[in-house]
Design a protein around this ligand. Structure first.
Ligand code: DGY
Length: 440
């Protein structure tokens, strides 16, 4: 059973961090490392804020949608307060070359579309009809853009064109696809992300060369969606991004239904993704979901926590869910604790060649993944495993503070301090009834 006074302390600390990172209309994901507004961070932060300051949560979402591009894209970074010491700085993106760019300075990429799900979750707890009515058109336009401007081969599955769009920037699942990219001339740039966080916990210089090279390709093509699909050297169908989008489509459809808006278009996306998802991503021999490298016409055979995302979306059959759980989640060589690792869930399977327990998305435990996968496990009837993920997430935050990610071996904190979505999801997990039955 949770030790409630300690949990009260964690909750108070989480609220303090969200208040401390608050810049008025948006919340910095990390006070020093991430001084702007990020897309999926903002959505998850709003979910946490809604527990103690609903109006402020809605402000966070409105601020995010203020950066929406004319074609519907909701960008991954919004520079509401102008430049800072963060790289890329706003001008680096050169978004004004695009007729679709908004008045606000933003990046030219998107990020996992978890926002519709968050809006529905908040609304289910405290009805916010008027707000839902206001934001629904923007959400619909974003999903439409993802299912059209980013779709290929006649299906509604979405492609991503940069690892930053996956939210899991340097995950080993992108290594091969990135190795195939040979940067020609690189624009001048200076990394700033290793000023506040040790090099060994961040992506490598080689990763950054590719990240920057891709941005340069996009800006040269003025962010024209059709051209980027045709020429981006990195073109991938990400299993987690598509699972998050499918779940968000379900939530968007529920909101549309309540508003009396038509749902046919959303139903068509849902049907198309459902019809194509398992054929594209499921590897029956390994019992894992794998991303697909569109440029190489091949699956990406790297085992990371993204493989569990279809549970969150309701896209895995009973048999597929059982294989994910029994063969992988419970396997001490991959994700379960063993003599070397105490905490779930490493972001990359421990027996992957490029597993690195303190480096960004190469192995550390992330609070958002524990939360999302716990929700998915619960949805599929694996409540005990879900409790293990919630228990470990809360234990890590108690042990090492509200950090960006954690070493699965000993629970030491890594990356940014006072991290926004760790704080928000601590509040979410502590507020959700299910944890009170968990074994701590
Ligand atoms: C970073 O700066 O590491 C961000 O993840 C990019 O979006």
């Amino acid at each position: 059973m949770a030790d409630e006074p300690i949990m009260d302390g964690l909750r108070a600390q989480a609220e303090r961090i969200l208040r401390g990172n608050d810049v008025g209309e948006f919340t910095k994901p990390g006070p020093r490392q991430y001084p702007h507004q990020w897309n999926w961070d903002a959505a998850l932060i709003a979910l946490g804020l809604a527990h103690f300051d609903l109006p402020r949560a809605l402000t966070e979402i409105r601020a995010l949608l203020r950066g929406q591009w004319r074609d519907g894209m909701v960008p991954h970074i919004l520079y509401h307060t102008g430049p800072s010491d963060y790289f890329p700085e706003p001008d680096f993106w050169q978004i004004t070359t695009s007729p679709n760019a908004p008045a606000l300075a933003t990046s030219g990429l998107t990020q996992p579309p978890v926002l519709a799900t968050v809006v529905r979750m908040i609304h289910a707890r405290t009805p916010i009809h008027e707000f839902v009515r206001q934001v629904y058109p923007g959400l619909l336009r974003w999903h439409r853009w993802l299912h059209t401007a980013r779709a290929i081969e006649g299906t509604a599955l979405a492609c991503i064109i940069h690892p930053w769009e996956s939210g899991t920037d340097d995950s080993p699942r992108w290594l091969r696809a990135m190795d195939d990219i040979i940067p020609r001339e690189l624009p001048p740039y200076r990394r700033r992300d290793t000023v506040h966080v040790p090099d060994a916990e961040r992506p490598s210089d080689v990763d950054y060369e590719r990240f920057v090279y891709l941005i340069d390709v996009f800006r040269q093509n003025r962010y024209e969606a059709a051209r980027l699909l045709a020429c981006s050297p990195f073109l991938v169908q990400d299993v987690m991004f598509n699972a998050i989008l499918y779940r968000a489509d379900q939530d968007l459809s529920a909101l549309a239904h309540e508003l009396g808006e038509p749902t046919d278009e959303i139903a068509a996306w849902l049907n198309s993704v459902r019809a194509n998802f398992n054929a594209r991503f499921w590897d029956d021999a390994r019992g894992l979901y794998m991303d697909y490298n569109v440029r190489a016409h091949a699956p990406i055979c790297v085992n990371t926590c993204a493989t569990f995302a279809p549970l969150w979306a309701g896209l895995a059959s009973e048999q597929q869910a059982a294989r994910l759980v029994v063969e992988h989640f419970d396997n001490p060589l991959e994700y379960a604790p063993n003599t070397n690792t105490r905490y779930r869930l490493p972001s990359t399977a421990k027996n992957e060649r490029d597993y690195a327990p303190r480096r960004y998305w190469c192995g550390p435990v992330w609070i958002n993944m524990n939360w999302m996968i716990a929700e998915g496990l619960r949805r599929c009837g694996y409540d005990t495993r879900a409790d293990l993920l919630v228990r470990d997430a809360l234990a890590l935050m108690q042990l090492s503070g509200l950090r960006e990610y954690y070493d699965p071996r000993d629970g030491r904190g890594c990356g940014a301090t006072d991290f926004g979505w760790s704080a928000a999801l601590a509040i979410e997990m502590l507020s959700s009834k299910s944890i009170f039955g968990a074994r701590f």
